[in-house]
Design a protein around this ligand. Structure first.
Ligand SMILES: [Zn+2]
Length: 478
């Protein structure tokens, strides 16, 4: 009997695991934020070009976006990667206390350095397997910029880069191993409301001034009153990005608030957004100011795909447990001790959702969750991802694989600190194997792609992609 293809894929990935570890460590070091991932994108482009992939870069107005392609004809499989860092999270590797790196401002607090590199490894191994077995079809790695605070994939979707794809595969680093099913990702708009008033001396001539800051405050009050009359699952949060200055004796002529508006469906977000535009107009009317409204980003909700979930879940269960040394368990235990009290509370809640009463204490004591959680378990949710936009135009599957200690909050310095550990590398390698094996299945069993397409059509419930980006919005740093 022929060798199980999973063993072959596993060997192909393992052969180069040092190369991938070095690549992800380098990207961790570059720590480039949204749309500035020049070095990170380059290192992946150069590697994949050297491995025989054809590169197309600078896509959809995103200089750091690229597609690396191998093969020809149908089916066409997309493997999604990311490489953007987060601001203000610079942190020395492996340190359990906050130690800033001099001259650095950003850090990989969402482990996207592993996310992208793992997908690079997946297509690398899959290409070798396709050549060896003369499999027809096309595989593509999508280097997707600016997942954080911009939703870079939405622009690639808008410009049609996924239109000919048959399936998209991706993963996300995490604290648990789980196939994404109905994971409660929310659609999300980011919108700036900028009010313009008239400046004057606040004591000498208040009647001549019109306060833009008043308008921001009244808008926020309006939004807070709206909360009573919106669906429970919606979330709205704002930041005053310009308060109009620091002088109390000057009437502020300009003030600005940035809102994130989230709800389970992008169509629901659109409705809330329209109501907030009315509230802004009301605030302007009350204060005698004017308002400019500028939407700068949009993420769509994720359309789940049961067929791809099942395929990926089987591979996840094959490659997990990952297996950790005593040293790695001790390393993770150290980090588990330095998470915040609130995160400890969150960990307890998470465990009560995934473990039975009898298992609870044992799971609570683990420093690494080296098991697979049922894909339908309720693990919270509330975040947003631009993978959602891809899932509206092509059947999409994703898994989460452990890259750090139990309880670690993402978007934290504790997460950044663990990004170069052997635990992080092991998770990245396991994810690459899971994705490459999923690729083999989809290339060799056409019935799977048919079934995935059927799920996708059903789960769209008759809707088509409600492109949430206004036509004139371009990828930008705001
Ligand atoms: Zn992320």
């Amino acid at each position: 009997m022929a060798m199980d293809y999973r063993n072959i894929i596993s060997e192909l990935v393992d052969e180069k695991k040092q190369v991938y570890a070095e690549m992800s460590d380098a990207i961790w070091g570059f720590a480039e934020p949204r749309f500035q991932e020049f070095e990170s994108s380059k290192i992946q482009q150069e590697y994949l070009a050297s491995r025989g992939f054809a590169i197309k870069a600078d896509l959809a107005g995103e200089e750091t976006a690229f597609i690396a392609e191998y093969g020809s004809g149908k089916p066409i499989l997309a493997f999604l990667g990311e490489f953007d860092a987060l601001s203000s999270l610079q942190q020395e590797a492996d340190q359990t206390e906050r130690i800033l790196i001099e001259g650095k401002t950003n850090g990989h607090g969402c482990h996207h350095h592993l996310l992208g590199t793992s997908a690079v490894a997946a297509v690398d191994a899959l290409k070798a397997y396709m050549e060896e077995n003369q499999l027809p079809g096309t595989i593509r790695y999508y280097g997707c910029p600016a997942e954080e605070n911009a939703g870079g994939k939405a622009y690639l979707v808008r410009d049609g880069y996924f239109n000919d794809c048959d399936a998209a595969i991706t993963w996300h680093p995490g604290t648990s191993n789980k196939t994404s099913a109905d994971d409660g990702y929310l659609a999300n708009f980011r919108v700036f409301f900028t009010f313009h008033g008239i400046s004057s001396h606040a004591a000498g001539a208040p009647e001549l001034g019109r306060s833009a800051l008043d308008a921001v405050e009244i808008m926020d009050i309006g939004v807070n009153f709206m909360r009573e009359h919106m669906i429970d699952a919606a979330r709205i949060h704002g930041a005053i990005t310009n308060s109009g200055g620091i002088a109390p004796n000057v009437i502020p002529s300009e003030a600005q608030v940035l809102y994130a508006i989230r709800a389970p469906k992008v169509t629901q977000v659109k409705k809330l957004y329209e109501r907030m535009c009315d509230i802004a107009q009301g605030a302007a009317l009350i204060t005698g100011t004017t308002v400019d409204i500028r939407q700068v980003a949009a993420y769509s909700n994720v359309i789940r795909n049961e067929t791809l979930e099942d395929v990926m879940d089987a591979h996840l269960r094959h490659f997990v447990p990952i297996g950790y040394t005593e040293e790695e368990k001790a390393y993770a235990a150290k980090f588990k001790e330095v998470i915040t009290e609130l995160d400890k509370e969150g960990l307890k809640n998470a465990i009560s959702r995934i473990a039975s009463k009898d298992e609870k204490q044992a799971v609570m004591d683990m420093s690494l969750f080296d098991f697979v959680i049922d894909k339908n378990a309720n693990t919270g949710g509330g975040g947003s991802t631009d993978v959602g936009d891809v899932s509206w135009v092509v059947p999409t599957g994703q898994v989460s694989v452990v890259t750090c200690a139990a309880g670690t909050a993402f978007h934290s310095w504790q997460c950044v600190a663990q990004g170069k550990s052997s635990i992080a590398h092991k998770g990245m390698i396991a994810a690459a194997k899971i994705m490459a094996c999923t690729g083999v299945d989809l290339l060799t069993k056409p019935e799977l792609l048919e079934s995935a397409k059927k799920d996708w059509v059903e789960n769209l419930e008759g809707e088509t992609y409600p492109n949430p980006l206004p036509e004139d919005v371009k990828p930008a740093i705001w």
